[in-house]
Design a protein. Structure first.
Length: 696
């Protein structure tokens, strides 16, 4: 009835009738989804004691949707005014918190930017009205996708928003002639589609030369009284999660198998939840809405891998995993877990790598490692040619994608560059292969004996490809290909002290932009696959855990195909036979490519946000007969509680709710690059790693 009311009383039917059939159908689909969201919310929060009118008043009674805030940002305290009207500002009884939602009718193309905008509004609403809202973006077309952040995450990352405002203020006053102001950085993945493309180049000159201010990062790090920002506090969400986990001193201690992964306790059964270490190789998915504790549990999983002697390679997009550098105060750990706590810190050697920057151990994509077919010792002889071609083609596709040129002939460029790479491998001496070597060979393939280059690609296109590859080594991407420790999986598996287990964190929050993050992750996934193919492994004996948090930006569902999607997805399909386990964490079971989830034998479910999320989980866990009854309880579930399924699971734990164990490492607001640099500089292990990197 609500949908009929909106459609017939508030939609211009005549104007809609003038659109083509596809547009009409899309509009009706979006309207239906929009109404379904509202109805589902009201149905979920209404209780027997309140009327619908009371429920509406409770949820939407606060009508402060407008923000009009002027703040001073940047080193010069420049005033910036932010004005806007929020789509939705409401109180959610399920989370006992305020939320801001921004509805989008267009596909989810620039998720990070859309989410940053609504997080900016949350900060402004806090500034003006004293609220602490979570914020999210809900895409309604072509399929539903919700991405959001809890207030604690928004507050911890506020320096990003204030730096962006300060930069925009400086960009507005930029003058090419006088150099006044700050020149804005171009973003190659967006510039070609921007309507101001030509005007921008005329006024500002070549792209990718500008900068963003980072003034507020240092303000956050130095002063708790700074306006408008203050020091990060430990996440209240995780304080609550910790409080819920606090054991009664008189409670009976659990018996934990020292050779298994101990995740937590099923309270009603008074039994520990343990997973066989061999299950690491069959991959793991952890799903839970913002604030559900999924990152907490992912960190528990990583700690358990270290306790079993399995090195870890963890991708940290935000700054949550770098906190493995600091131990949790032992007084926060129950008596019956303190021995495991001590054992973990005796074993663990945390190392923070920062691609292209020196905040941690600087990591470089150069030299580029290419295998000879004879080096693929981890593969049966009959399959080596096929896998060799696949590895070379993947590297070629990645390099072509980085040039962002010649979109109409990507396949021809990939085929041509694959031939160039194979020729370089045949000619390669002992010296490492640099990006400039590949660029030179692409520009002049005849020097490598490639006589039929004109049949593969036009001369002008291959010369242009060579120039673009050369530009990568000297342009905005240059930092990823120069300086520091070369990307080397063997190095990451090797501790600096005998008996230690490396816990390698790849911190992406210091990387310049999304394009560089995708570029690095794609290259790292290709290198990991090359290493596996050359080294081999036993699927029953895990030799490495690869983990990626907040995976939706890198492995999105649907047809979106960012650079990292294919090479990372290949790890989930191929890595288990080499004893390399993969773990993926995300807010929604609908946000990440289904092929990734399909290759995860262990699935762990936290709080679910929507009926659609519940339906997807039901599909995962329904094998025969009725759908599992426990899925309904995941909507609005307590923080830090989960239900899981894994190979070899005891029948008694099927559908059982368990609470995650205590973390042995620190967990607080996400660390900024400056905080990472401060902690790393004081760590003796990192001093030794820098010495080793400098000797290469």
């Amino acid at each position: 009835r609500l949908q009929r009311h909106v459609y017939f009383d508030h939609v211009n039917i005549d104007r809609l009738a003038g659109k083509d059939g596809a547009q009409q159908q899309n509009f009706v689909m979006v309207l239906r989804q929009y109404m379904y969201e509202l109805a589902s919310f009201l149905w979920g929060v209404q209780n027997e004691t309140n009327s619908l009118a009371e429920t509406l008043a409770s949820a939407f009674g606060d009508t402060r949707r407008r923000v009009d805030v002027t703040i001073q940002v940047g080193p010069a305290d420049e005033p910036v005014r932010v004005v806007g009207i929020l789509d939705y500002f409401f109180f959610d009884p399920r989370t006992q918190g305020q939320r801001i939602l921004d509805y989008k009718l267009l596909p989810a193309v620039h998720i990070s930017d859309d989410l940053m905008q609504v997080c900016m509004y949350a900060l402004m609403h806090h500034q003006q009205h004293g609220t602490k809202p979570g914020a999210g973006v809900l895409y309604l077309f072509p399929e539903r996708l919700l991405v959001e952040k809890a207030w604690e995450e928004i507050w911890a990352e506020r320096a990003k928003s204030y730096n962006l405002l300060a930069s925009m203020r400086e960009w507005e006053t930029y003058d090419e002639t006088s150099g006044k102001g700050c020149k804005p950085p171009g973003e190659p993945s967006w510039c070609d589609t921007c309507r101001w493309k030509k005007v921008c180049e005329v006024r500002l000159g070549p792209k990718c030369e500008g900068v963003r201010l980072d003034h507020w990062n240092s303000v956050v790090a130095q002063s708790s009284s700074a306006t408008p920002v203050a020091l990060c506090e430990r996440s209240p969400e995780m304080r609550r999660c910790h409080d819920q986990q606090t054991h009664d001193a008189k409670k009976k201690s659990l018996s934990v198998n020292p050779r298994a992964l101990f995740l937590g306790e099923a309270d009603q059964l008074q039994t520990s939840v343990e997973i066989a270490t061999s299950n690491l190789s069959t991959h793991t998915a952890i799903v839970g809405a913002a604030g559900s504790g999924k990152t907490w549990l992912a960190k528990v999983f990583i700690e358990e891998a270290v306790l079993q002697g399995v090195p870890v390679l963890a991708v940290d997009p935000q700054g949550d995993l770098v906190q493995f550098l600091k131990p949790q105060p032992i007084e926060n750990i129950p008596e019956d877990q303190r021995e495991r706590y001590r054992r973990f810190h005796e074993l663990c050697e945390p190392r923070i790598f920062t691609p292209g920057t020196s905040h941690g151990i600087r990591l470089s994509l150069s030299p580029i490692r290419l295998p000879r077919e004879s080096e693929l010792n981890g593969l049966p002889t009959a399959r080596r040619q096929e896998e060799y071609d696949d590895i070379i083609n993947s590297v070629a596709l990645h390099l072509v994608a980085l040039t962002l040129k010649g979109r109409r002939s990507v396949e021809q460029q990939q085929t041509f560059l694959s031939q160039v790479l194979k020729a370089l491998i045949r000619e390669q001496s002992q010296h490492p292969l640099q990006l400039t070597d590949i660029a030179a060979a692409a520009h002049d393939p005849e020097g490598l004996g490639i006589e039929d280059a004109d049949l593969l690609i036009k001369k002008t296109e291959r010369e242009n490809l060579g120039r673009q590859l050369y530009a990568l080594a000297h342009g905005p991407m240059a930092s990823l290909f120069s300086g520091g420790q070369a990307l080397d999986i063997d190095f990451m598996k090797q501790p600096t002290q005998p008996g230690k287990v490396p816990l390698n964190v790849i911190y992406l929050n210091a990387v310049g932009g999304d394009a560089q993050k995708h570029a690095f992750l794609a290259a790292m996934a290709n290198e990991l696959y090359r290493w596996m193919s050359c080294s081999g492994g036993d699927p029953g004996s895990p030799q490495l855990l690869f983990s990626i948090d907040e995976a939706r930006d890198f492995l999105p569902a649907g047809t979106s195909d960012p650079p990292a999607k294919r090479p990372v997805s290949r790890l989930f399909t191929q890595a288990r036979k080499y004893g390399v386990g993969c773990m993926v964490c995300t807010q929604s079971p609908r946000s990440v490519d289904y092929n990734v989830f399909g290759n995860c034998s262990t699935k762990i479910i936290g709080r679910l946000e929507t009926p659609q999320d519940s339906e997807r989980v039901e599909d995962w866990f329904t094998t025969t007969g009725a759908k599992p009854a426990w899925v309904a309880g995941r909507a609005g579930a307590d923080k830090g509680t989960f239900v899981a399924r894994w190979p070899g699971q005891p029948e008694s734990l099927e559908g059982a709710v368990f609470r995650s164990r205590h973390l042995y490492s620190l967990h607080e607001g996400a660390w900024s690059p400056e905080r990472v640099e401060q902690e790393v500089s004081a760590d003796s292990v990192h001093q030794r790693l820098r010495e080793l990197a400098g000797n290469q």
